[in-house]
Every structure is written in C-alpha cells, then in structure tokens.
Design a protein around this ligand. Structure first.
Ligand code: GDP
Length: 332
C-alpha cells in the first residue's frame, strides 16, 4: 500500500522562508497548504505561478476564526508558523501592529491548532529569532547564544517574538502539544526582501555594476550579524518536527561579520576594492536601539538534528550578488 502523504500548513507562504520551505516539503512529497492574507494580495499570482503545488487558503494571523477554518481545510500533520511582521526597523514605526501579528498571532495559531486537534497529533513549529537575545555585552556568551541564553530584546519586533516564543513553550508544557521554536539567526539569500540590509546591498551593487544606480544609502555599518543561507535553515526547521520529543533549537553559522565586511565582499564581487565612494550614511536607516552583535552557537542542532549550514559567508554574498546581477540584467 502506498504511504499516506504528509500534509503541511505554512503561514507566511509568500515570505522568504515560506518559499524555501515549500520547495523542500514538495521535494519530500508533502501536500502543502499556504495561508495568504488580504483581499487583493499582490503576491498571490506570483506565488501561484511559482508554487502551483501549494493550495492557498485565505486567512490572517489576527483573525482566529480564519485560522480554525484553515486548520479544518488543510488537516495538517505539521504547522509551520513563519508569518510575521519581520522587519526590525518597521516594528519601531508600527509597534502595536507588530505586537498583534508577530506576538499575539502566535497565540491565535496555537489555539486554532489546539481546538481542532484534540488528540495532539499536529506538530507545530514557531519561527523564533536571534533578535530576542538583543546582543548586549552582559548577556553575550563567548561561544555565541544558545538555547539557554538569557533574552533582552531591543525592538518591538524582538519583544513580540519573545511572546511568541514563550507562548509556544507554555502550550507545550500546558497541553502536551508537540510545539517547538527554532531560534534562527539572520538568514538571507535570493528570496530576501530589499528592506533587509544584505539584499539592499547586493541589489544596489548589481545596479551600480550595470550603471543603473550610482550609490547606496545605509545606516550603521558596525553592527555584526551571524548570517546564513535561508535554504539551509528550512532543512533545520523540518528536522525539528521529525524528532521524538519536542525541543527548541538554535540554527546559526557560529560566525559573526559586520555590515562593512558584507559590503567589502559584495563590491569585490563586481571588481571594486574601495566601496567608500559608493556608500553614503543616512540616519533614516539607523534604529532607536541597535543590536550590536549577534553570534549563535549551533552545537545542539548539529549534534541532535545532524544539521549543518552548507553555504558559508563568502558563498552567501557571492550567491546574492550573482542572483541580483542576473535579474537586474534582464529588467528593462
Ligand atoms: P535585522 O538583524 O533583523 O535587524 O536585519 P536587517 O538586515 O534589517 O539589519 C541588519 C543590521 O544592518 C542592523 O544592525 C541594521 O541597523 C543595519 N543596517 C544598516 N543600514 C541599514 C539599512 O539601510 N537597512 C537595514 N535594514 N539595516 C541596516
């Protein structure tokens, strides 16, 4: 008898990680359902074209009844809660909306799972983030943040994500649900939005190379991040839900690099050694509170999940610049 296909429900299907995860689960033979928000979502057509194998369901993290309906339609074995207002800078400008979607939205999704799955069969993944640690000197372990490090979020986004993290833990402990959080450090790639610094840089570098733009405006260049490739990280998410017992995991590269280092490699990729004439600093891109340095320790994920990132830092910069050169070349 043929194996019954597993079913997955992904919130945030139109986002960076949703796309990578849909591809991964499709390659593993899953039936995939994706939650799409809004009456006229401009990304619907693009998503339908790229992922014809995903069934889209209209729902919203702030509307619990819509999430219950989505659960009833999808009847998933696994739920990946990737949807969020995910940009730190934006969260300072829209803190309440960020709390509702990125924080309370997790509770809405967990409740929808609990109410529709009385036998606790569904496995739930919450997208937690390194932004919960805050990067302050006093709570920075030498080998990087791990699953036991203390939290000190520095933005409305980080605070909302911390609520999502703890409510997931609470539902696991209160209701015996298989609910886990992946604490993922920054992960980038060809699907990253241009509002994030890596893609903003690689997109500008490609356009500078092609004579479409003459400079880029950025905020602070000294903050350091642990940057990995998103395609590697969705594999870790999936592995977390295949374990015997529900546990949280950090996914990171174990290396940290400044924005200045990212800029240097990106410009080198188009043959420019001195990037300074092409970069202007603009206070509009600075944040009311900055996360100085993020470094993750992926030891537990490597040991228990057998997960390891494949793409390294130079490989990531190269992949992103080359991708942007290709798409910018074909744009009119
Ligand atoms: P985050 O780590 O989730 O906040 O990811 P981002 O890619 O948005 O920002 C990474 C770092 O780049 C932060 O320290 C930002 O303050 C810094 N940064 C400097 N200039 C810019 C910019 O123009 N846009 C963004 N998004 N970040 C910038």
């Amino acid at each position: 008898m043929a194996d019954v296909k597993k079913r997955a429900l992904i919130t945030g299907i139109t986002g960076q990680d949703g796309g990578h995860l849909a591809k991964l689960l499709h390659s593993k033979g899953y039936d995939i359902f994706g939650i799409i928000r809004g009456q006229h979502n401009t990304r619907r057509q693009i998503t339908e074209r790229e992922f014809p194998y995903v069934t889209l369901i209209e729902a919203d993290l702030v509307d619990q009844s819509s999430l219950i309906r989505a659960m009833q339609i999808a009847k998933p074995d696994e739920v990946y809660n990737l949807a969020a207002i995910s940009h730190v800078g934006y969260s300072f400008k829209n803190p309440q909306l960020t709390s509702d979607v990125t924080g309370k939205g997790v509770l809405n999704m967990l409740e929808a799972v609990r109410l529709t799955d009385p036998d606790n069969k569904v496995r739930f993944y919450q997208a937690s983030t390194s932004e919960m640690f805050g990067g302050l000197e006093y709570n920075r372990p030498e080998k990087g943040y791990d699953e036991d490090s203390s939290f000190h979020p520095r933005s409305p986004y980080g605070v909302a994500k911390l609520y999502g993290h703890w409510i997931t833990t609470n539902y696991r402990e209160s209701y015996n649900m298989f609910a886990v959080s992946g604490i993922l450090f920054n992960h980038e790639g060809d699907r990253r939005g241009v509002e994030f610094v890596t893609r903003k840089i690689t997109n500008a570098v490609a356009r500078i190379k092609l004579g479409k733009q003459d400079h880029i405006e950025l905020g602070d260049l000294w903050p350091k991040r642990d940057w990995g490739y998103a395609g590697d990280y969705v594999e870790g998410m999936w592995r977390m839900l295949q374990q015997d017992k529900p546990e949280d995991f950090v996914l990171a590269t174990g290396e940290t690099h400044s924005i200045e280092e990212f800029l240097t490699l990106a410009f080198k990729e188009i043959g420019i050694d001195d990037w300074k004439p092409y970069v202007k600093q603009n206070p509009a891109f600075m944040r009311p509170a900055e996360v100085d340095l993020l470094l993750g320790n992926p030891e537990k994920a490597e040991r228990v999940l057998g997960w390891k990132r494949k793409v390294d830092f130079p490989g990531l910069v190269k992949l992103m610049v080359q991708h942007d050169l290709t798409i910018e070349e074909t744009k009119i």
